[in-house]
Write a protein that binds this ligand. Structure first.
Ligand code: ZN
Ligand code: ZN
Length: 594
């Protein structure tokens, strides 16, 4: 009995035609998804010249009988979609039929398939069947595509460089491997293995295969749920980031999807933990009732709309922010792993999760901390489901004892865990930033009169804009008036400006008010202004602080909501753990590696 049905003509027309096979990656995608549909537990993709000379996909799936093998190249043949409603069910992998026929019409295809008894070989070139014969009976399916686009020179010309083709195939295979950690994937180009996953259904191991052990050890597991959504996955520590957003991967019910709002909220959740032009590595799976999504199925992309989007965004943001707010986020400086070391680590340290936890100081190894709040946080960070609404910020930084200053810039500190370097400018900037943000967000009108009122001369258009904003400035704590042509006079300023930097800060505030965006967002404005003022008011490099001043700065930093980054996302502090120091000085042998 044939498993493949001829699709209804109307349904076939609904599927956008002609765009299915654009590039080598679309061929790979089609064949791999066929293999997944065939319940394969192992899929091997072999390429020559990034797929332009050969694309070979071998699986161990259920295979096809002779009838289906021939029929699979028929336009509109499919075993997946039975009726229209299936098109909108995210649980099916999409649609078939169109694509194989298209591939066969522009290349030379050799198909070998078997359900375990008799094997079938089909050779089709340019859409014409050249050969059908019996062959060996290895269960599963092998597709070999050569001479791709041989009869459509325009398409062939359209292919980008081999590098670009390979990058887009790799990107696709990475994502499909992440959405199927239970399948063993191998990707090979010109004999070089690019990706190999173990099919153990461990997402962190798949992440490790793609990004390497160092990244995998710096991934944090997240889990959360509400009435409509269950989310789980891994997010990178802020110190692990990339220049593109491509590493934020969202899955819905196990399928890679694209949703801009979702990507944005994930990135926004890292605000001020990392520079704005860097992006985290995130793999999040969202489970939900398929009726809550509207999927726009298109052969080459997978856009999705959620009917309860706000709720989902809230849940995702809360989960990530709570997770980050519970970590000690001090980048650990590690000795680069040499080859000898690596092989030992490869063997022994596959329990990545334990490793990951070892990175974060646990209660036992933390230095004496007087307040109990820190301990509460430490005890809590394992809780899978976060119940408290308000994360506790206080004292996420351990107690540190300053030892001295290097290059007038870096404060050297120590405690039982190791040695720390604090960038004094970045640290002071963070302290000031949180202070200013608080003052700007909760304005009190206490002001200080200027001994010498300050006059500022502006261009005519700046003057017009500023005049419209007198009230805005009054509310901040300024007394400002017109003063002759295109000039203003400032007689008092808010109390919280930094002593000695008042002039500079007033000018910065005036500048910011003049350049307020049209679609003004007060929270954003306050955030930017606080960061700017903080930078101006903070100690520069090459300033020598006394030990007392260092202690004071460290104390202030410990009180910050996020003590780990300056407002621009640069780190304020890094550490060399005692263990790493010992390793670097060869004080501990390799045998001490767990
Ligand atoms: Zn700065
Ligand atoms: Zn900064």
């Amino acid at each position: 009995m044939s498993k493949i049905r001829i699709m209804d003509e109307i349904l076939a027309n609904k599927i956008a035609a002609g765009e299915v096979v654009e590039r080598c990656a679309s061929v790979v995608k089609e064949l791999v998804e066929n293999s997944i549909d065939a319940n394969s537990s192992e899929i091997k993709i072999e390429l020559k010249e990034a797929g332009t000379s050969l694309i070979k996909v071998t699986d161990n799936g259920i295979g096809m009988d002779k009838e289906d093998a021939i029929l699979s190249f028929n336009r509109h043949a499919t075993s997946k979609i039975k009726d229209e409603s299936d098109l909108y069910n995210i649980n099916t992998l999409g649609f078939r039929g169109e694509a194989l026929a298209s591939i066969a019409s522009v290349s030379n295809v050799l198909l070998k398939t078997s359900q375990g008894e008799i094997g079938t070989l089909v050779n089709i070139k340019g859409g014409k069947i050249i050969k059908v014969e019996n062959t060996e009976a290895r269960k599963g399916t092998i597709f070999e595509i050569t001479e791709l686009f041989y009869n459509t020179p325009a398409r062939l010309k359209h292919l980008k460089s081999l590098y670009t083709e390979l990058a887009s195939i790799t990107d696709y295979v990475n994502k499909i491997a992440l959405s199927h950690p239970e399948i063993r994937f191998t990707l090979i180009n010109n004999g070089n293995t690019i990706l190999k996953t173990d099919g153990s259904n461990n997402l962190l191991k798949t992440i490790s295969s793609i990004y390497g052990m160092d990244v995998a050890r710096k991934m944090l597991e997240i889990n959360n749920e509400d009435d409509d959504y269950i989310i789980n996955g891994f997010i990178s520590l802020p110190e692990v980031n990339r220049s593109g957003r491509n590493h934020i991967i969202t899955l819905v019910n196990g399928r890679v999807v694209r949703n801009q709002e979702l990507n944005k909220i994930i990135n926004d959740s890292y605000h001020s933990y990392k520079p704005d032009n860097r992006y985290p590595i995130v793999v999040i799976n969202i489970e939900l009732d398929p009726s809550l999504v509207d999927v726009n199925i298109h052969p080459t992309k997978m856009d999705i709309k959620f009917s309860k989007l706000e709720e989902l965004l809230d849940l995702v943001k809360k989960t990530i922010v709570n997770k980050l707010n519970r970590q000690t986020l001090i980048p650990v400086i590690e000795q680069p792993i040499n080859d000898f070391n690596e092989s030992i680590i490869e063997e022994k340290v596959i329990e990545i999760k334990e490793e990951q936890e070892a990175l974060i100081p646990t209660k036992e190894v933390l230095p004496k901390i007087e307040k109990t709040k820190y301990e509460e946080i430490t005890l809590n960070f394992d809780n899978e489901v976060i119940k408290e609404e308000e994360p506790k910020y206080e004292e996420r930084l351990p107690l540190l004892y300053p030892v001295g200053l290097v290059h007038g810039t870096y404060i050297v500190c120590q405690n039982e865990i190791g040695m720390y370097l604090i960038d004094q400018h970045a640290a002071k900037e963070r302290v000031n930033y949180e202070l200013f943000l608080d003052k700007l967000s909760n304005p009190i009108k206490d002001k200080i009169p200027l001994l010498l009122p300050m006059t500022i001369e502006l261009s005519n258009n700046e003057y017009i804009i500023l005049k419209e904003n007198f009230e805005f400035l009054n509310n901040m704590g300024f007394d400002i008036e017109e003063f002759g042509i295109n000039s203003v006079i400032i007689k008092s300023h808010p109390v919280w400006l930094t002593k000695g930097f008042e002039d500079l800060q007033i000018r910065k505030i005036i500048e910011a008010v003049i350049h307020k965006e049209k679609d003004f967002d007060l929270a954003k404005f306050n955030d930017h202004l606080s960061a700017t003022l903080a930078c101006k008011a903070s100690i520069k490099a090459n300033t020598n602080l006394s030990i007392n001043e260092m202690e004071e700065l460290i104390n202030d930093l410990r009180k910050c909501h996020n003590p780990f980054n300056c407002p621009h996302g640069r780190p304020t502090i890094i550490t060399f753990t005692k263990y790493e120091l010992e390793k670097m000085f060869k004080r501990s042998g390799f045998e001490s590696l767990k």
